[in-house]
Ligand binder design. Structure first.
Ligand code: PLP
Length: 975
């Protein structure tokens, strides 16, 4: 005897009180305290020993379930445990003699099977927390492993009729629909379920069946214990094990993802791909998947409401689920099933290649294709330069320019993401991908039917024509429509007259699909475009080719060394920057919080003008005599206090630090150098030698050359001396310098960032550099300041970091901001130090101080001054810092906000007392921030500090967006 839902209609959970549960557990040989756990149809209890330790889970099965069913469940669990050692599984506990701890016991609900199961500590994925793509993939992988393992499992107890079995979803929904009280909700569920069931018509008979767990929801996926970011590694509750459609094993976890914060339908793709990798989906299964997600959602809604009605208020677990179930349903139906199916097929590589349409007659008989100008509105388009994409009228403006230049018509293509549709400071990607083409005719133009067809709709400025497999939609303000509704037309018949200069939209859809919006978000574009066709052939032009950039990342990996990393696992392709925005090839504008190099903003027109002008005239090396290098060197030297008056121009920060060290060693004749631990100064031999940041090189401390000596990282937040005790760092470091000198190795240089950038913008303790510089100089060495990151006005109140410490170095190394992305670095020192270099080394840089570099350098200084960007760093930085500090009031993960001006660090910790770094949480947060439109990255030896160093032109609106988005992401991730 196995259960038949339609015979029982409802399966009330057995009524067992905790005391009774404890008695049953004792009977099974596990005496202890019983605590109730939630369950929809069974009664579950956690059994604890007197010392609080967990002994197992007592599961009292629904009385409707027979012995064979329970045996099948236990066997399936054991099979998975054996086949998937990486998974923890809620198997039945066995007595010393190997027999399962199970028995049939009497309860007020009648005789029931009770058994003790293994308890898997760590909790489940229950709750609405956002899940990262990595976690989503792990869920799919787990389901795939379970499915692959159960493929050959046969047992009489699998032959059951459960309400969760999607093979019966139509009947279950019909039966239980009256339990939905709200008429609108009832109608929505009925319509969606009927549509999804219809969508399965072609697949139903071909879907393979097998044993399925059928309940791999977030409630039954256990996460690794103590893991800071939830990763499923365990499976429990085999109560719904049954034979059913194999693909249902994936539909269940997909639907359960949909109630999590910030998860929308396209976010399930990593789970689908991971499942597919473990247990490949047949095309027929891929086509059935989203209809099954919708049916699962509908089933959840009706069953949840029915169970609530049966159990009344007594089953709190069921009530808590009602809201969640409705959210799943809303999400599952928020995108048309046909679009999701096409999207999944595309993601799985199972989509059929699209064929270009062939018109029987041209849409514009009087316009030759060669007379049409095709607009490029993509991220690469020259027409989008200098922020033109932010002008709402840009498409029409560019089209009119082409018409004015003599084009007979202008066409904006189908399917190509338009930068003109982008939006800045947007948490959701904007709809940038057109599902049709736009046309601007120079003269009044007659539109003709491209095929035989029937006019199915005529409205002012709009005609819909059904032509066999395709539906043609024409829309244009003030178009004169020449046909009536229901008219039958032949190919070449006149449909409408478009007025000159007015935009018309032409859309071609596959017959019977829902009306495509004019633009779709890039995430859904492959799904939506699969249901439409490129109208270009109607104008005699070739159809749009998908750019083959899916392989770009692989090509990068093939030609790069692994040490040349990139941000993010799946990075967006960034092809444009503007001010404090970075723009992807999909037209998504991200707020740029990390690019301190682009100090005056991306693609600054003043730099562009200066560079192109200089490139047209001269670019050579500084052994020639020209004005720009003199002008720039003078201006640079003027920014520094006496006696720093001599400038070397190089191409990067690494070169600057390298040269700085060589100058010091040359001038002092002493090879030894003292540097701070955990710092980064560059990749060249000498700059790398003084870099001991573990993130940049985990072996750093063990591999330093003998001439490098490091002193403690003077981090006043998490170092050995914290807060008021931080004053201890300086005397300790001075002692180390003195000891070196006493040992006959007095250092030639002390190298340090003058504001601790690599630790996330932590200010050095007051007086630190003063004491260290004095000690080094006392022994004949020189003070080298690395201002590569922190200098050039970013700190707001100070142009140079050393000003904050009240010292003047002997050698200053500068780069990054000074070139705004152009390779430019400098070392500024005194004439005395510079002149001694000649005895020791040689200096010539082919491109350092070139006319172009010098012009860039001067222009950046002009812009810093003219746009008062240092002042902006003070004002906007203060507002930002206050906003970030306020986040700490609601989010315990926020440990501290470091920094000054627009050089800030948000340090994330698991515990504000132990300061345990929240490394994994920070990585997940950065990933989520990208999804919400913000590029921000971690720094520090524990990668737990968000480095906040945006272009200095950032405004309050953008930093407020950043703060609000951080607040949202921290909330979504449960911090
Ligand atoms: C403090 C510091 N010094 C030096 C460098 C090296 O500069 P570059 O990358 O221009 O060689 C960096 C780069 O990140 C840096 O942060």
């Amino acid at each position: 005897m196995t259960v038949d839902f339609f015979a029982h209609a409802a399966l009330p959970a057995p009524q067992v009180r905790p005391e009774e549960a404890a008695r049953i557990a004792a009977l099974l040989g596990v005496p202890g305290q019983a605590e109730e756990l939630g369950s929809q149809q069974d009664a579950n209890f956690l059994l604890r020993a007197e010392d609080g330790s967990v002994l197992g889970v007592l599961k009292i099965a629904n009385p409707a379930f027979g012995a064979a069913e329970i045996e099948a469940q236990d066997e399936a669990a054991e099979r998975i445990a054996a086949a998937c050692p990486e998974l923890r599984v809620g198997t039945v506990l066995r007595a010393e003699d190997g027999s399962p701890r199970a028995a049939v016991v009497d309860t007020v609900s009648g005789p029931v099977t009770a058994r003790m199961l293994r308890h898997l500590p760590g909790g489940t994925l229950t709750g609405s927390r956002h899940l990262s793509p990595r976690t989503v993939a792990a869920i799919g992988r787990t389901a795939g492993r379970v499915s692959a393992t159960l493929r050959e499992f046969r047992h009489p107890g699998l032959d059951r009729v459960l309400q969760w079995d999607p093979r019966h979803a139509d009947r279950v929904v019909a039966l239980l629909l009256p339990h939905i009280q709200d008429p609108a909700q009832r109608a929505a569920v009925a319509t969606a379920a009927a549509g999804a069931w219809r969508a399965l018509d072609e697949q139903r008979e071909q879907l393979p069946c097998q044993a399925v767990h059928m309940d791999l929801t977030d409630d039954n996926l256990v996460v690794a214990e103590g893991g800071p970011v939830p990763t499923p590694d365990g499976v429990i509750d085999f109560g719904d094990l049954s034979t059913s459609w194999a693909v249902g094993e994936l539909a269940v976890p997909l639907s359960s993802l949909l109630h999590h914060d910030g998860i929308e339908p396209h976010d399930v793709l990593p789970a689908v791909l991971a499942f597919h990798a473990e247990r490949p989906l047949l095309p027929v299964e891929a086509r059935a998947l989203w209809p099954l997600v919708v049916l699962r959602a509908a089933t959840l809604v009706v069953c949840g409401r029915q169970q609530a009605a049966i159990d009344g208020e007594s089953n709190g677990y069921v009530h808590a689920a009602l809201e969640r179930e409705w959210r799943i349903f809303e999400q599952a139906t928020s995108v048309p099933t046909e679009v999701m199916t096409a999207l999944l097929l595309d993601g799985l590589g199972l989509a059929l290649p699209r064929k270009a349409v062939v018109p029987a007659a041209p849409l514009l008989a009087d316009l030759a294709p060669a007379e049409l100008a095709v607009l490029d509105l993509s991220v690469d388009a020259d027409a989008m330069d200098r922020g033109a994409w932010l002008d709402a009228e840009v498409e029409d403006r560019i089209a009119r320019q082409h018409l004015a230049a003599g084009a007979a018509g202008v066409l904006a293509p189908y399917g190509q993401a338009r930068l003109s549709r982008s939006r800045v400071l947007s948490a959701a990607s904007p709809a940038t991908v057109p599902t049709g083409a736009d046309l601007w005719p120079a003269r009044d133009a007659v539109l003709r039917a491209p095929w035989d067809g029937r006019v199915v709709r005529v409205e002012p400025g709009r005609i819909v024509l059904d032509c066999a497999e395709l539906t043609l939609r024409l829309q244009a303000d003030r178009a004169e429509v020449l046909v009536g509704e229901d008219a039958t037309v032949d190919a070449g018949d006149r449909l409408a007259i478009l007025p000159a200069g007015v935009r018309a939209r032409v859309t071609l859809q596959r017959g019977g699909t829902s009306e495509a919006p004019d633009f779709v978000r890039p995430e859904y574009a492959p799904g939506r475009l699969a249901l439409t066709a490129d109208p270009a052939p109607l104008f005699g032009l070739p159809a749009h080719e998908e750019p083959a950039d899916a392989t770009l990342l692989a090509r990068r990996a093939a030609s790069f060394a692994s040490v040349q990393g990139h941000y993010y696992d799946q990075p967006p392709r960034i092809e444009r920057g503007w001010r404090h925005h970075l723009v992807s090839d999909q037209g998504r504008a991200y707020l740029d919080i990390v690019n301190n190099v682009s100090a005056i903003g991306h693609a600054h027109p003043a730099v562009e003008r200066a560079v192109t002008r200089q490139l047209r005239r001269l670019n050579t090396n500084s052994r020639f005599h020209y004005a720009s290098v003199v002008d720039f060197s003078e201006r640079l030297a003027a920014l520094l206090p006496a006696p720093l008056d001599t400038v070397f121009l190089v191409n990067s920060g690494s070169e600057a630090v390298d040269l700085g060290i060589r100058l010091a060693v040359g001038a002092t004749g002493r090879p030894d150098v003292v540097a701070l631990r955990e710092a980064y100064h560059g990749w060249t031999y000498a700059s790398d030698a003084v870099s001991t940041s573990l993130q940049d090189n985990p072996n750093a401390l063990a591999t330093r050359p003998v001439w490098v000596h490091t002193v403690d990282s003077p981090n006043s937040y998490r170092g050995r001396h914290r807060g008021a005790e931080a004053h201890r760092y300086a005397p300790e470091a001075v002692r180390a310098v003195d000891e070196l000198a006493a040992a006959g190795r007095a250092p030639g240089a002390f190298v340090a960032e003058s504001y601790y950038g690599n630790a996330g913008g932590v200010a050095l303790p007051d007086g630190y550099l003063e004491q260290l510089y004095a000690a080094v100089r006392r022994h004949g060495g020189l003070a080298v300041a690395d201002e590569v990151q922190v200098g050039y006005g970013r700190l707001g109140h100070w142009f140079w970091g050393f000003e904050q410490q009240g010292v003047v170095p002997d050698i200053v190394c500068v780069a990054k901001a000074m070139g705004n992305g152009h390779p430019l670095g400098a070392v500024i020192t005194s004439k005395g130090v510079a002149d001694r270099y000649r005895d020791q080394g040689y200096f010539f840089s082919s491109t350092g101080g070139s006319p172009v570099s010098s012009v860039v350098g001067s222009t950046v200084l002009d812009v810093l001054r003219d746009e008062d960007l240092q002042g902006n760093a003070v004002r906007v930085g203060a507002r930002l810092k206050a906003g970030l500090a306020a986040l700490g009031e609601h989010h315990p993960l926020v440990g501290a906000v470091h920094g000054s001006g627009l050089y800030l660090g948000l340090e994330l910790v698991r515990d504000r007392t132990t300061l345990e770094p929240a490394t994994e949480e920070t990585a997940e947060l950065c990933e989520r921030m990208l999804g919400l439109g913000v590029v921000v990255q971690p720094t520090g030896d524990h990668l737990n500090v968000l480095k906040i160093k945006p272009p200095l032109c950032i405004d309050a609106e953008a930093t407020d967006f950043f703060t609000a988005t951080l607040d949202r992401a921290l909330r979504e991730l449960g911090h």
